[in-house]
Design a protein around this ligand. Sequence first.
Ligand SMILES: [Ca+2]
Ligand SMILES: [Ca+2]
Length: 208
Amino acid sequence: MLKRQTQQAFSLIEMVFVIIVIGVLISMIARGNSTIQTARGKELIQFVQTWESLQADHLDIYGHFAGDTDLDGIIENDYTNDITVARGFHDIPNDVDLIRLGSLPYRLAMGEDDNSGSGGSIHNIILLTDEENSSSALTLQQRAFLAQLDAAIDGAEDAGSGRVRGITAGINLANHTNSGNITVETTANSWTGSTSYIGLVYYFDEPL
Ligand SMILES: [Ca+2]
Ligand SMILES: [Ca+2]
């Protein structure tokens, strides 16, 4: 009888121990995943800031942004070609405007947010969208990294305010061009909510 009770007590202790170990493992895995996510988010921020800084250097050296061929202060609006050629960064190897965070691709372009030529307010932008030849909108995971970028630059993850915002229309994802004016989010919204953002716009050279 005593032996049976001892056996039961042991099994209970063992069960509790196993549950604790599983709990610790789950928490370690979760913490590890979150560290990876944060590191990848930082990689994207650094990627964007590298291009921003390259443009600042170009402005210092040549007196205008790379890609501003008519020297009016606004980068010409053509996202079709590789940024290094299209934007005048001739000394930089091709295809460095693409970054992958794990398996998630992002392509960076520079241009302006309005190609109507009808006046109004036209701004220089850095644009992030999906990989070239992709025809799908950004996934929830991709948008989560954009939220991190927004927080780093604007101090808040609000896709509808500040210098970093969500794009809801106007980029042709299939061939990485803009199909008219890009439509930028203007009201407070979450990156990871129900809105299908197809890209991110960053007004990199001016406060908004
Ligand atoms: Ca120009
Ligand atoms: Ca923002």
